[in-house]
Design a protein around this ligand. Structure first.
Ligand code: GTP
Ligand code: SPV
Ligand code: MN
Length: 664
């Protein structure tokens, strides 16, 4: 069946909005303040603006829209205002085109199923293009392929983009999304304008960022990041679509052009490939801006933690690789009754030291794009309470009572209710051919404002004060439940030497252990060696109060392959210990790797201590660490090479001599 698309006459909403737009013909001149009409003339034809008014856009934005409309040749243009009315229109169109299906069990909730070839970020086709290769990635050694980003020179990149974007939106509507990362108008926020031919992307960006007229007002004549996105399927179609999901995986590219402040993404509509405010702007371009302007853009959650007995409250950030527990920790329901957690953000933190030397963080996002499998009332009740209205689910399974299902919800599905897997098996069971009901990287896209434990200061323009930085990953062996760095430099080394098992968040298939420094491996905007130097540089300012740095591992396994630590709400026990360490309480003891809790200093009340092997959970076996050190040597040598700061190499040598008994 041919795909249906937005067309002016089909839709009352668009018809109505057309009545209000100026439709006299004329060539808009981007040098004058206002275009003469709301119709764009391109060679041999014109493009109607069917929603919004070109004349309300700042001159630079209008120019950007005009230039790319001429290039991509959409049929029509829709300028997003962020209104409810607009959202109703988008949902109407998406439902009509069988891209979204209403989930009747919940309020204003929707299900999208993608082409099974477009289900995750594609790291190998994500590029940063700069004139100097070394600005983007370190030189590798021994013929190793760089694992710290993909670089392309600007000439080749131009060719790649020219192969894709001309005429790519034919027959479709080009949406113009002005969006703000961070609260609108905050001095720490950054503005982007995304052009896209996907209404699904608009509906998702509307949840994940702040969009629309208020952003245009805040932008004025200021700078913005130019973001261009296309599904890569002009009409009429030349191929059959799967699930009515337009994409072109063979031609996929996610390109960053920091020298032009531009992001261009083609061929995918999934998550970080297509919602360009998230990984592309807030992390890759963000980290470049942070390097230039003296701040940090990090793949980190931000949470508040309060001890209701002592009335003390602190904020912490934590960097875990994709699908390693940030959303769960950010929304944790603590099992200790005197610990209260509040959520500021679940994926990205922008941080800077203020003029008093206090590190402060804001969450640039406005929603959560969270991993569905594993989320349940048992593991993450606050997420479950967040996602039952105004949420777009993608690639989860649906239930015959109009709800959703994924691995982890087995105990929450009413009797007699049938499951339809994400791949369309109508009566799915664990014995079915599709191994899982939901795709392992299926997600919910939900407004942050609905989170029941949102921190009162989550939109504070100056950010919340950060007193601890936590790194972590999926480490089945050898890495203790928690350890603390000896100082800032050692902490930066711990971030640099992070490793974790691969997950379904990107295209990596096997559960291999990957180096993932700072959980930023897929998201560095510039040379990782420079990035390390940037982190180290904060210690040079004596005014800076450097937060303590920790490493946690919820994923250590026993001989039977079972997780040794209960995780989830019980992780608050570790955070309470971290809170004590912030105050320098005498609850830590040194190991060669870092300081771990003194026996008895973790509150384990309510847990079955006979079941818990705390000694093994905290252990740092030297044969394991000798291998680990060798792997880090090889990684630093091959991947970071000449760009590794000497103090980080010294940290590795010090670790080696502590582990092998040479002291240090
Ligand atoms: P991204 O959104 O990809 O950046 O992922 P994330 O870091 O936010 O990970 P998330 O919290 O969504 O967790 C990913 C998976 O890990 C889910 O299936 C969780 O159920 C599981 N998980 C999270 N925390 C824990 C934990 O403490 N223990 C165990 N065993 N699993 C956990
Ligand atoms: C991640 O992979 O770290 C995510 C999901 O948060 S995505 O938005 O697809 O990048
Ligand atoms: Mn993430």
């Amino acid at each position: 069946m041919p795909e249906r698309h937005v067309s002016v006459c089909e839709n009352d909403f668009y018809d109505d909005s057309l009545k209000h737009s100026n439709s006299s013909v004329g060539l808009p001149d981007s040098q004058t303040e206002k275009p003469k009409s709301n119709i764009l003339l391109v060679p041999k034809s014109s493009i109607r603006v069917i929603y919004g008014d070109l004349g309300f856009l700042p001159k630079k934005v209008r120019h950007f829209v005009e230039e790319h409309a001429r290039l991509c040749k959409p049929d029509t243009i829709h300028i997003c205002d962020g209104s409810e009315r607009e959202n109703d229109l988008l949902l109407y169109v998406l439902q009509r085109d069988n891209i979204l299906k209403r989930l009747h069990k919940f309020e204003n909730c929707w299900l999208a199923k993608t082409d099974p070839a477009d289900v995750a970020r594609v790291e190998r086709l994500t590029y940063i293009s700069t004139h100097e290769e070394r600005d983007t990635i370190p030189h590798t050694k021994n013929g190793a392929r760089c694992q710290l980003g993909n670089w392309m020179n600007p000439e080749d990149m131009e060719q790649e983009l020219n192969m894709r974007f001309p005429n790519c939106m034919k027959g479709r509507t080009m949406f113009v999304i002005p969006y703000s990362m961070g609260p609108v108008g905050s001095p720490l926020s950054k503005i982007g304008v995304q052009l896209t031919d996907s209404a699904y992307v608009v509906a998702s960006m509307r949840i994940m960022t702040r969009i629309g007229s208020k952003v245009v007002e805040a932008l004025g004549s200021g700078p913005f990041v130019k973001c261009l996105h296309s599904v890569g399927r002009p009409l009429p179609l030349t191929v059959k679509l799967h699930n009515n999901w337009p994409c072109d995986p063979k031609m996929l590219i996610v390109a960053h052009l920091p020298e032009k402040n531009e992001i261009c993404s083609y061929g995918s509509s999934y998550g970080g490939n297509a919602l360009l405010g998230k990984k592309c702007l807030a992390l890759r371009i963000g980290s470049i801006l942070g390097h230039r302007e003296g701040w940090l853009a990090e793949h980190m959650l931000i949470l508040g933690i309060e001890n209701t007995k002592t009335k003390e409250k602190r904020y912490m950030v934590a960097a875990f690789p994709s699908a390693c527990g940030k959303t769960n920790m950010a929304m944790m329901k603590p099992t200790l009754p005197h610990i209260k957690i509040t959520c500021v953000g679940d994926d990205i933190a922008w941080m800077r030291f203020d003029d008093k030397g206090q590190l402060r963080a804001i969450n640039p996002e406005n929603g959560f794009f969270g991993v569905a499998p594993g989320t349940s009332h048992k593991t993450n009740p606050h997420a479950m309470d967040t996602i039952h209205k105004n949420t777009i689910f993608t690639n989860v399974a649906e239930t015959s009572d109009g709800g959703v299902f994924w691995e982890g919800l087995e105990d929450e599905i009413p009797e007699g209710v049938k499951i339809k897997s994400w791949l369309g098996d109508d009566d799915w069971s664990p014995d079915s051919r599709d191994k899982t009901a939901a795709h392992p990287n299926s997600r919910f896209c939900t407004p942050a404002s609905q989170c029941p434990i949102l921190d009162p200061a989550w939109e504070s323009p100056e950010g919340v004060p950060i007193d601890a930085i936590i790194f972590g990953g999926r480490r089945p062996a050898g890495v203790p439940l928690v350890f603390e760095s000896f100082n800032w430099e050692h902490g930066v080394f711990i971030g640099a030497s992070m490793r974790s098992e691969a997950t379904a968040a990107a295209e990596h298939k096997a559960k291999v252990l990957m180096h993932d420094p700072f959980a930023m491996r897929p998201f560095f905007g510039y040379n990782f060696g420079e990035y390390l130097a940037h982190w180290l540089s904060f210690a040079e300012n004596p005014k800076n109060k450097l937060p303590k740095i920790f490493h946690v591992n919820w994923f250590r396994k026993n001989k039977d392959g079972k997780f040794m630590w209960p995780g989830f709400g019980d992780n608050c026990r570790v955070l309470e210990w971290v809170m004590k360490r912030i105050k320098d309480e005498n609850v830590a003891q040194k190991t060669p790797v870092g300081s771990v809790p003194k026996p008895g200093s973790l509150d384990l009340s309510g847990l079955d201590e006979k079941e818990l092997d705390m000694e093994t959970l905290m252990s740092t076996p030297s044969d394991f660490w000798e291998n680990e050190i060798n792997a880090i040597y090889k990684y630093f040598d091959e991947q970071v090479n000449d760009d590794l700061p000497s103090s980080i190499m010294k940290q590795l040598k010090d670790l080696e001599s502590r582990v092998t008994g040479g002291g240090a």
